[in-house]
Design a protein around this ligand. Structure first.
Ligand SMILES: C[S@@+](CC[C@H](N)C(=O)[O-])C[C@H]1O[C@@H](n2cnc3c(N)ncnc32)[C@H](O)[C@@H]1O
Length: 239
């Protein structure tokens, strides 16, 4: 495993991640769009497409943060969205955004843990998680919960950062993520959260290992698609 300043698995990781996101919540949206040059809107749209939802269906967006993945899904289809996150401050911002967009009848958020979802088996038609799976304490525990709460035939779409595969974009990415991003973020927010980001990407399983993990939890049709030179990956699968 690569060098670590942070904890990358288990219950202690959860406490670290929860307080990190509670701490940066106020600046999260601004930094997200600013540091990704706004490309995150496109990445979210692609994740929604992978779910192939019909009007009237239900979506669980796990680790919903301030709600942007849910909003992206609601732009594309007339569905019901439940967002779940364990950071109180991120959820407070999501609630404000839902009210501002008059979407309270379509989008509700609840506080909870991705590894212990407070829903019955086979509840949702689709499940998304964007830039969240890398942050959970035990990835297999979360995936097993995703499988449990999805209906048979339900689709899963996971959006996550990855290291680009080629040497050129890989090098460019590492330079930006390791040196530029933490400096800019440090000036505008909490620097340690943005030092955690590249470190956590390095600790996340590579594409093949992660797909194997999805298959071992029972998912079929496990696929991945690289976006923007592979700095973000969509993993999709079906229960
Ligand atoms: C990088 S943010 C992503 C937020 C949002 N999905 C987005 O795309 O902007 C990661 C989110 O995962 C949440 N999170 C991490 N581990 C979690 C867990 N075990 N249960 C629930 N939420 C979790 C954090 O609180 C945080 O809001």
């Amino acid at each position: 495993m690569p060098d670590s300043k942070f904890i990358h698995s288990g219950e202690e990781k959860k406490t670290q991640v929860q307080s990190m996101f509670d701490g940066i919540a106020g600046r999260y949206d601004f930094l997200n769009h600013f540091l990704s040059f706004g490309i995150d809107h496109y990445w979210r749209k692609q994740s929604v497409k992978a779910l192939n939802m019909d009007d009237g269906q239900t979506l669980l967006d796990v680790a919903c943060g301030t709600g942007d993945q849910g909003f992206s899904a609601l732009k594309a289809t007339d569905i019901q969205v439940v967002g779940l996150d364990f950071s109180f401050n991120m959820l407070e911002l999501a609630k404000k955004k839902i009210d501002k967009r008059n979407l309270a009848d379509k989008f509700e958020v609840i506080q909870g843990d991705a590894e212990h979802l407070p829903f019955q088996d086979s509840t949702f038609d689709a499940l998304s998680i964007s830039y969240g799976i890398r942050n959970v304490g035990t990835i297999s525990a979360a995936l097993s919960e995703f499988y449990r709460v999805l209906k048979p035939g339900g689709r899963l779409s996971i959006l996550e950062f990855a290291e680009p595969e080629g040497w050129f974009f890989g090098g460019l990415y590492r330079f930006y993520f390791d040196h530029i991003l933490p400096k800019i973020a440090g000036m505008l927010s909490n620097k340690s959260a943005y030092t955690y980001l590249p470190e956590s990407v390095r600790h996340f399983p590579d594409r093949g290992d992660f797909k194997a993990l999805l298959a071992s939890e029972g998912f079929d049709w496990v696929r991945h698609r690289n976006l923007t030179f592979g700095m973000t990956v969509i993993y999709s699968a079906v229960k």
